[in-house]
Design a protein around this ligand. Structure first.
Ligand SMILES: [Zn+2]
Length: 728
């Protein structure tokens, strides 16, 4: 599938439910040198196009995008020419008279489409992290064309005949293991996308794909507008009681940015719960902010997304039926580690009762605090976080404002995230101020291996902006590939509040964990050591891709690493042992809520994608309510992390029927960490073995086998239940 940007979740109050994004596999949209392209493919490039920075590979180190040259007006022509070249190259492969071989078909496909890949990667990055009206317009215009271009490749019968011939003969061809994996991957991907359909069915599939692509883009853009419009404007500073001076200053700045000088604006994050709800003492203000979040995309205005999502769900079901699956979820999971919706749901059903029971107990604790204070009201979701914080203080005596001064962003990055990678894998980092960036807050680092070899570039874009999508994610500007001689160029994007000028960037412990998480994806890209770009690095199924990232979260709390970065930003004093102990004690805190909201969202996702193709048109709100009830996740005090109408992962990105993957990969991450613990923890030997057998391998080995080979057994759920505080 097209690489539409990658994913994310941000974090929750508690450790662990943080996760994020990733990298979708894509069919033949790989970088390449176009070595197999016919000479005619590029001759139409006009003089004007010569000035387009995408037409040639960047001359910067690592072929990093040259943002000093890229203009918004370069994208559309580069997309058009890139699609033309890609198609021409693929037709050349399909139409050649030579017998199909691994080299003249698969390697040639891996080399095709270099221009399209280059423009796509940069465009994805900018539309996710630094978009504007011009880019959004291009996105809407190009999305259906890109889908059609992809279809023309998937549905080319001559090409598929060549793929199938090599696939059928693969056991006799004496292929290298990675070559054989590539053959199987292409074959399965083509079948998955309709290569076996007849002509009439293919036409129908193209119609579905074009419409779905347009609807997803519309969803993303409507949601961005709805979230921006949903921000709460505050006239009276008294209503902000409880917020820190820094939060109030940020709210004043947000108002200023919108020409609302003298007011305050509370910007919405793309999750149901909002970080500021933890601090606002004015209950009416909390209710207002929560409802602004919950109802952001259901106002009956131009940004209401409900009709869109109902239509997307219906079309996906019809498309799955055409492709021979009973519903979208069944179709979507065929190439995942879990393989079936039943396996994914069965796994979640093992988790749900412990999470629900735990959330119920947490709610009782909170109600007791409310009653003790003679609050005179029943706990509502907008009360949860502020009272949970009081429970936390009472039970664990942990106050976020005491903790934050020990987590200054740059210090966490250098002495925490990078330091952990140094201790485990021997990596070192050097900032490169000479590499151009797309926004002045973005920083670039060169990554060196333990022997001093230059391995990769790493971009960090940490601050929240109005033109950035919510959450946190990682992706590549350039994929690692031995075939193409490319080293990885990786970026991490987060949404931390930018401090006012002159103030330090103090982040929460959740944010710290998010940084380790995203950098864990980064390591999956940095260590990639494969022949073919399609199987490289984080180009793995969704229910594997969050494994390296969640695994890396564990090092945030490793005593040695923690001691190295948790230092007061003014005094440089280490965090007092007592406070460290409190953070450790608080690790299980609120896990019932955190786990339940994710399970709720994951089951909601699975329900939407299990509807039959001929099901009657759904009412979005009624469907959502019924789905939550049916799965036992209908506690009104614990709403799902994303409501259907703003569930960007499943309607806008490519996590449809895949949100469970965040939980599945927690199982892998916690089980893997237990594997480290069993063998002596953070040692260079353990790091090297994990790098060689897991992080460097991308998707070159069947992932269940890859895991078993490294761990010596299948992943177990017990470490997850224990680690997430759901079982003692
Ligand atoms: Zn992630």
């Amino acid at each position: 599938m097209l690489r539409i940007r990658h994913l994310v979740i941000a974090s929750s109050l508690a450790l662990g439910a943080c996760s994020s994004h990733t990298d979708q596999t894509e069919a033949p949209a790989s970088p390449g040198t176009a070595a197999s392209a016919p000479a005619t493919a590029t001759t139409s490039a006009s003089a004007a196009s010569q000035a387009n920075p995408f037409y040639t590979e960047s001359n910067l180190p690592f072929h990093a995008p040259d943002f000093t040259k890229i203009k918004d007006s370069d994208f559309q022509p580069a997309f058009e020419e890139g699609m033309r070249q890609k198609l021409s190259e693929v037709e050349q492969i399909a139409n050649q008279t030579a017998e199909p071989t691994f080299d003249n078909t698969f390697v040639a496909l891996e080399r095709s489409g270099a221009l399209l890949t280059r423009v796509n990667r940069v465009f994805d990055a900018l539309t996710g992290a630094n978009t504007n009206d011009a880019l959004q317009k291009i996105q809407e215009d190009e999305a259906p064309k890109l889908a059609a271009n992809q279809d023309a490749i998937y549905l080319n019968p001559k090409l598929f005949a060549r793929i199938k011939k090599v696939y059928d003969d693969r056991q006799k061809l004496n292929l290298q293991p990675e070559d054989q994996r590539l053959v199987e991957w292409y074959h399965d991907d083509f079948v998955h996308n309709g290569a076996n359909l007849n002509d009439e069915q293919k036409e129908q599939l193209k119609k579905y794909n074009g419409e779905l692509s347009t609807l997803s883009t519309q969803f993303t853009n409507k949601l961005l507008a709805a979230s921006k419009d949903g921000a709460v404007v505050v006239d009276d500073k008294k209503q902000l009681a409880g917020l820190s001076d820094a939060d109030i200053a940020a709210a004043a700045q947000a108002a200023k940015d919108r020409n609302l000088d003298g007011k305050w604006v509370l910007v919405l994050q793309n999750t149901t719960q909002q970080p500021l709800l933890q601090f606002l003492t004015d209950r009416a203000m909390r209710e207002k902010l929560f409802k602004a979040s919950w109802g952001r995309a259901e106002k009956g205005d131009a940004n209401d997304t409900r009709d869109l999502i109902v239509r997307i769900a219906q079309l996906r079901a019809q498309r799955a039926k055409l492709l021979g699956s009973p519903n979208f979820a069944a179709w979507e999971l065929t190439d995942q580690m879990a393989k079936t919706p039943e396996a994914a749901e069965g796994f979640m059903e093992k988790l749900a009762p412990a999470a629900v029971a735990r959330a119920h107990a947490e709610g009782k604790d909170i109600q007791a605090v409310i009653d003790k204070q003679h609050g005179g009201f029943k706990l509502q979701p907008w009360d949860w976080n502020i009272y949970a914080e009081q429970v936390r203080k009472a039970k664990y005596d942990l106050d976020e404002s005491q903790v934050k001064p020990y987590f200054e962003l740059d210090n966490v990055l250098q002495n925490g995230v990078f330091y952990a990678a140094n201790q485990l894998y021997g990596l070192t980092f050097k900032e490169r101020k000479d590499i151009p960036v797309y926004q002045p807050d973005v920083r670039v680092f060169e990554v060196f291996d333990k022997d001093g070899t230059s391995l990769a570039l790493f971009y960090a874009d940490y601050y929240k902006r109005d033109n950035k999508n919510g959450g946190a994610w990682m992706s590549n500007f350039v994929d690692q590939s031995k075939l193409l001689g490319d080293k990885p160029v990786i970026y991490n994007v987060c949404n931390f509040t930018k401090p006012a000028d002159g103030q330090p960037a103090l982040i929460s412990f959740d944010d710290v964990v998010t940084m380790f998480h995203e950098f864990g994806h980064g390591l999956h890209g940095i260590f990639a050591n494969t022949q073919y770009p399609s199987l490289s690095g984080a180009n793995t199924p969704r229910d594997f891709v969050e494994f390296p990232s969640q695994f890396n979260e564990h090092w945030a709390t490793d005593p040695k690493i923690f001691a190295n970065y948790a230092k007061h930003y003014q005094t440089h004093a280490p965090m007092p042992a007592e406070l460290v102990q409190k953070i450790q004690n608080a690790r299980d805190f609120n896990q019932g809520y955190a786990m339940s909201e994710v399970i709720g969202a994951a089951l909601l996702d699975m329900q939407w994608h299990s509807i039959a193709s001929d099901a009657p048109k759904q009412d979005a709100d009624a469907f959502e309510a019924a789905a939550l009830k049916k799965t036992g996740m209908d506690n009104p005090q614990v709403p799902p992390r994303y409501r259907s109408s703003y569930f960007q992962h499943i309607w806008g990105n490519e996590y449809a029927a895949g949100y469970y993957a965040y939980l599945w990969t927690q199982m892998l991450a916690d089980d893997a960490f237990q594997g480290f613990v069993d063998k002596g923890g953070m040692t260079p030997e353990n790091g090297q073995r994990f790098r060689e057998m897991v992080l460097s391998r991308g998707n070159t080995v069947e992932l269940g086998k890859l895991y078993r080979d490294w761990r010596g057994a299948d992943p177990q759920i017990a470490p997850m239940l224990k680690n997430r505080g759901l079982q003692k």
